[in-house]
Design a binder for this molecule. Structure first.
Ligand SMILES: Nc1ncnc2c1ncn2[C@@H]1O[C@H](COP(=O)(O)OP(=O)(O)OP(=O)(O)O)[C@@H](O)[C@H]1O
Length: 654
């Protein structure tokens, strides 16, 4: 099937149970199905009763979060809302006094005079209520940015602390995307709607209390008017959330495509391989599917709201008819009926706000639930403090300043979600003062092993020991302080040249200059407009753009600057020119004096002088020894070496 056909939206349309046509998703390769989709679907399918049961814990949870963000603003919001509710009820009851005096028999001036004290009370209550409401609104508005900050910081604390393996897990990454998008932004809205629920509830209670005092029959009538609206909004919220769930796969694909079409790193290839039309067509087919689904949602939501509105109108008519009949039969006096109308209107508007707030809290709560679930999952994936192996009574060990030898024993490791291990029982040794090289074809496990030695992944089985201390018994943060890594996929930090070398450590100018010189980065910095203070990102004013090789020199300099007992260099010369590469390997040999260097490279001429070479294949060590031994063995190393050497000989001869 051609790519064009494969990514085109199918025009055939299925029929729903009611015979209405349903959009059909574009035919695309399946994405990994995630367990949270099922969980979220289950939650979103819950009925009104379950929602009512969930609501108190949602409101309490939100208020707890608000309290964490700012105890003062939370307390002020709650207290002022309660006070405002009290004065609403007080004002309504005082209105009865006004109406009773005005509807009494006698001359008008006397009736007005009699109504004056109650009128003053109504005015005072109204003024105080307005003041308290304004104060509560202000405190509530202050809460919002504080909650946002709390939630954002918590998220980034976790994303930067979780095990690296968690970030290789596509399900976890997806949860992260949902938590950092809709989940995170829902947090402050959940809090604000929880406060609105409180405000609405206080308003309803005030009106209900007043009606209860006026006549007990009036109270249930008020509550009756809330049911249709509540039903319609909850139904509509659930429809929206369920629709978002059905669109999850489409949205994930859109995120992937949007990254491809907007990020600088893909821009050149999109142009040189003329990928534009293909990507746009695929994106458009997804967007069209999403549009059709959302249009269907809008139609169903409008229908639900209309049914709710009609039922609400009918119940209101019922309420006023009942009140009229009560007045007719003399069950309530005219003044009380007048106040009841006011109380019903007040209660109605408070109820409408309450229903809206409940609905919003529930809906945002569904999204915020994604954030909460992600945080719980991320907390589980933060590396635990050092634990002795079962049955070993050893206590956690301090990380040694240095080591005499690092021993790797029977290391086994499988990436999350991978169907086979990347390391299958690797054993090796690195001694102080040695340059040890890892060699092997693509995918043989070299980088994975290096990451295990750097404490970035934990083995499924086997052990890494610094002298006698197993890595799992050490504090991983402290361990990483003692290891310098020049990574294969190093980051081009959008910071100054100096910060790109010091990497958040305090800058010792001499050490920076030495590390830069050792890596050949001094020449790069010398050409920059502001030397070490030049920002290395074109998005900033005065920012500079470096070439791949220039960046690599900086990445190498950061490894030297760290001055750790173990230096891991994963393909440190892939982008270097021949002269820089030669100089780098010289420098690496010197660096090993008193320290240890683990070197991964495909340039076999450079590993010739390593003290020991381990050859990896399919996650196993298949050969080991120094260059001469391995050449004499005539195995994979000798083959690869001969291949590279012959390429040079042929070109030299040619
Ligand atoms: N993050 C990851 N998630 C899942 N599998 C991975 C991940 N990184 C690497 N692998 C797999 O682990 C195996 C070993 O990869 P590794 O990067 O260690 O190889 P390598 O020897 O360093 O290769 P190269 O010479 O190409 O850099 C490969 O099969 C690869 O597909």
């Amino acid at each position: 099937m051609s790519a064009r056909r494969r990514f085109t939206l199918r025009r055939t349309r299925g029929k729903s149970r009611r015979g209405r046509s349903q959009p059909t998703p574009p035919e695309l390769p399946a994405l990994v199905a995630h367990t949270w989709t099922a969980k979220a679907g289950e939650m979103a399918e819950t009925g009104l009763g379950t929602m009512a049961r969930r609501l108190p814990s949602l409101v309490l949870g939100s208020l707890r979060m608000a309290w964490q963000a700012s105890p003062r603003d939370t307390a002020v919001t709650v207290a002022l809302n309660l006070a405002s509710g009290f004065f609403t009820a007080f004002g309504l009851l005082a209105t009865t006094g006004v109406l009773t005096a005005l509807f009494a028999a006698g001359p008008t001036p006397e009736r007005v005079r009699a109504a004056l004290p109650s009128l003053v009370l109504v005015a005072v209550a109204t003024g105080l209520r307005a003041g308290f409401q304004a104060g509560a609104g202000w405190a509530q508005a202050r809460l919002q940015p504080q909650v946002e900050r709390l939630v954002e910081v918590r998220l980034y604390e976790l994303t930067t602390a979780v095990d690296l393996a968690a970030l290789d897990d596509s399900e976890f990454l997806d949860e992260l995307k949902r938590a950092s998008g809709p989940g995170q932004t829902a947090a402050s809205r959940v809090v604000s709607s929880a406060v609105d629920i409180l405000t609405g509830a206080v308003g309803v209670l005030a009106a209900a209390g007043t009606l209860g005092v006026l006549h007990p029959l009036l109270l249930p009538l008020l509550l009756l008017t809330a049911v249709p609206e509540g039903w319609a909004s909850v139904r509509s919220a659930r429809m929206r959330y369920l629709t978002m769930l059905t669109l999850v796969g489409v949205l994930r694909r859109k995120w992937i495509l949007s990254d491809l079409m907007t990020e600088r790193s893909h821009a050149a290839e999109i142009r040189s391989f003329t990928m534009r039309g293909f990507l746009l067509e695929e994106y458009d087919s997804l967007a069209a599917y999403q549009r059709d689904i959302e249009l269907g949602l809008a139609r169903r939501q409008t229908a639900a709201v209309m049914v709710g509105d009609v039922l609400k109108g009918l119940s209101l008519a019922g309420v006023y008819t009942t009140l009229g009949l009560m007045l007719w039969w003399g069950a309530v006096p005219l003044a009380v009926a007048g106040t009841a109308v006011l109380a019903i209107r007040t209660g109605q508007s408070a109820l409408a706000n309450l229903v809206y707030a409940i609905n919003r809290c529930y809906e945002e709560g569904l999204y915020f639930g994604d954030y909460i679930r992600f945080c719980e999952e991320a907390e589980r994936r933060v590396p635990a403090p050092p634990q002795p192996a079962p049955g070993t009574p050893q206590a956690p060990q301090p990380v040694p300043e240095s080591f005499e030898r690092i021993v790797v024993e029977d290391l086994v490791f499988t990436y999350p979600g991978a169907d086979r291990p990347s390391l299958r029982g690797i054993s090796l040794e690195l001694r102080r003062g040695e340059v040890v090289a890892l060699v092997g074809e693509n995918g043989s496990g070299k980088s994975t092993l290096a990451k295990m030695l750097a404490g970035l992944y934990r083995p499924d089985a086997g052990d890494v020991r610094w002298d006698d201390v197993p890595l799992r018994m050490m504090d991983v943060e402290r361990l990483r302080e003692r290891i310098a890594v020049i990574a294969q996929d190093y980051t081009q930090w959008p910071m100054t040249a100096r910060q790109n070398i010091t990497m958040a450590r305090s800058a010792d100018e001499d050490a920076v200059a030495m590390a830069a010189a050792a890596a050949g980065a001094d020449e790069v910095v010398a050409d920059l407009a502001n030397g070490y203070d030049t920002l290395l990102d074109r998005r900033f004013e005065g920012g500079a753009e470096l070439s791949g090789g220039q960046w690599q020199r900086l990445a190498v300099a950061r490894g030297f600057y760290r001055d750790a007992p173990l230096l891991i260099c994963d393909e440190p010369s892939a982008a270097l020119d021949a002269r820089a590469e030669h100089a780098l390997f010289e420098r690496i040999r010197e660096h090993a004096d008193g320290r240890t260097v683990l070197l991964i490279t495909h340039r076999l001429a450079s590993v010739r002088y390593a003290d020991r070479i381990y050859v990896l294949e399919h996650g196993r060590v298949i050969e080991q020894g120094d260059h001469d031994t391995l050449m004499a063995t005539g195995g994979l190393y000798a083959d690869l070496y001969a291949l590279q050497a012959s390429a040079y000989r042929v070109s030299a001869a040619g």
